[in-house]
Design a protein around this ligand. Structure first.
Ligand code: HEM
Length: 106
């Protein structure tokens, strides 16, 4: 990962546009001893997840260099500024990531 994407990742990690992701359970779900009934709306607090000190050391510090050391597997499970799955942000790869470097050039 070159330095510009590291800076973009760090900005999105610290100041996420979306505070979380919303999903509706289609059937009853059992996870970690909890039961989520069918039809409930679930919010994944991704903005909080991206400040987890167990994943991101000194989470409130702006440190683009951290992305050089982070494992790709850890990133994919703990960093979701554009959501994920079928409803993932349509601008994630094709527009935003290509546009942001141009903003830095201005
Ligand atoms: C930094 C900029 C942006 C961020 C952080 C962002 C983030 C997000 C997030 C978190 C979602 C919900 C994804 C989910 O529920 O899994 C979303 C949905 C979406 N975004 Fe973005 N977005 C950005 C810019 C854009 C841009 C530039 C476009 C289009 C030009 C765009 C188009 C969309 C669309 C169409 C959806 C709905 C996708 C669907 O529900 O199937 N976004 N975005």
């Amino acid at each position: 990962m070159t330095f510009t994407p590291q800076v973009v990742n760090e900005i999105l990690r610290l100041s996420n546009v979306a505070p979380g992701l919303l999903r509706r359970s289609l059937k009853e779900i059992h996870a970690n001893g909890y039961t989520i009934p069918a039809g409930w709306t679930i919010m994944l607090a991704t903005s909080a997840q991206q400040l987890n000190p167990n994943t991101f050391k000194d989470p409130l510090v702006f440190n683009p260099w951290r992305w050089k050391e982070l494992d790709a597997n850890i990133i994919s499970k703990n960093y979701m500024p554009f959501g994920g799955g079928m409803r993932q942000c349509a601008g994630a790869e094709s527009i935003v990531r290509r546009l942001w470097p141009h903003f830095f050039m201005w």
